[in-house]
Design a protein around this ligand. Structure first.
Ligand code: NAP
Length: 279
């Protein structure tokens, strides 16, 4: 199988390119191909002749998207549509990596794949619009929504917490947003399996379990044997440009249908910490 990954220089893209073996994998970053430029995308796809295109490229700075909605729309929505058009022309399958932020967070139980998209910030809207646009071009595409990614080779929550803990005895972390942390290598493994299973439709893929950000921080520090304490705070006290959903846990039932089960997020943390200590 020939695979083309857009966003290979990002946190998930690095895990995908490192983890994927047994197939021909070409990984591109924005310096190779700007997904906002349809001609560049078309030419990259023509050259790679992929069976599958994995679109992991995005403008992922959630607060940045709020401040610059034009950039968010051009990369996350139009860029994704450009990739879908090129995939359709080349007869390639496409897997689009999407987000829990397509939901408003008002539910009290895990979101199912057919729950209504209702984003409350610009980043979520740009990804929700991309989902709709892609399906219109490629009805058999595969959309994989994930959440709270962490892993080596990128700015992520555990790295930030550990850096803060190195110089502080206490860290304030919000306790009023719940979601599920997802290790990039576990997501990469699931994505590879999904491509090999010829998956289609919307799927939710996160590590299992759920937590709030302060619980996530406490577990990171506990596993890292840090003495730094977490003090819970609220989003109201920690105002940021983009509003976040209060609850964005994704149900695993769509993934179970493909025979894929995910480890708990707590289990993956030890892999992350071990990798970080040897990096
Ligand atoms: N991070 C999360 O917590 C999270 C949660 C849910 C879903 N997701 C989704 O998961 C996917 C991967 O996220 P990530 O955290 O790995 O992202 P990331 O580390 O921020 O990496 C973003 C990638 O997109 C590329 N990119 C940005 N603008 C581009 C452009 N105009 N043309 C081509 N490539 C461009 C970057 O390329 P360069 O580095 O070469 O510029 C980089 O490879 C994204 O689709 C994101 O929406 C992420």
């Amino acid at each position: 199988m020939q695979v083309l990954i857009f966003g290979a220089t990002g946190m998930l893209g690095k895990a995908l390119t490192q983890w994927w073996s047994g197939d021909e994998v070409i990984g591109l970053g924005s310096a190779d191909t700007d997904i906002r430029a349809p001609e560049q995308v078309r030419s990259a796809v023509k050259q790679a002749q992929p069976d599958w295109i994995v679109l992991a490229a995005a403008y992922t700075d959630v607060d940045g998207c709020e401040i610059n909605p034009t950039l968010a729309a051009s990369v996350n929505t139009q860029g994704a549509i450009n990739v879908a058009n090129a995939a359709a022309e080349a007869g390639a399958r496409m897997l689009f990596v999407s987000t829990d932020y397509v939901f408003d967070g008002r539910k009290a139980s895990p979101y199912e794949t057919n729950d209504l998209r209702k984003p409350i910030n610009t980043y979520g809207k740009s990804k929700a619009d991309a989902e709709v646009g892609i399906v219109g071009i490629l009805p058999d595409c595969c959309i994989v929504r994930t959440s709270w990614l962490f892993g080596p080779g990128g700015k992520c929550f555990p790295d930030t917490i550990l850096k803060l803990a190195a110089s502080r005895s206490e860290i304030e972390v919000v306790n009023d947003q719940r979601g599920c942390p997802t290790y990039t290598f576990d997501l990469a493994d699931a994505i590879i399996k999904l491509c090999r299973s010829s998956a289609r439709g919307i799927l939710h893929c996160t590590n299992s379990g759920e937590c709030s950000w302060d619980e996530f921080a406490s577990e990171i520090l506990r596993q890292a044997l840090s003495k730094t304490q977490v003090r819970p705070t609220t989003s109201e006290r920690f105002v940021r440009p983009a509003e976040r959903p209060k609850y964005s846990v994704l149900s695993p039932s769509s993934l179970t249908a493909y025979g894929i089960s995910m480890r708990s997020w707590q289990q993956t943390l030890s892999d992350y910490l071990q990798q970080r200590s040897t990096a």
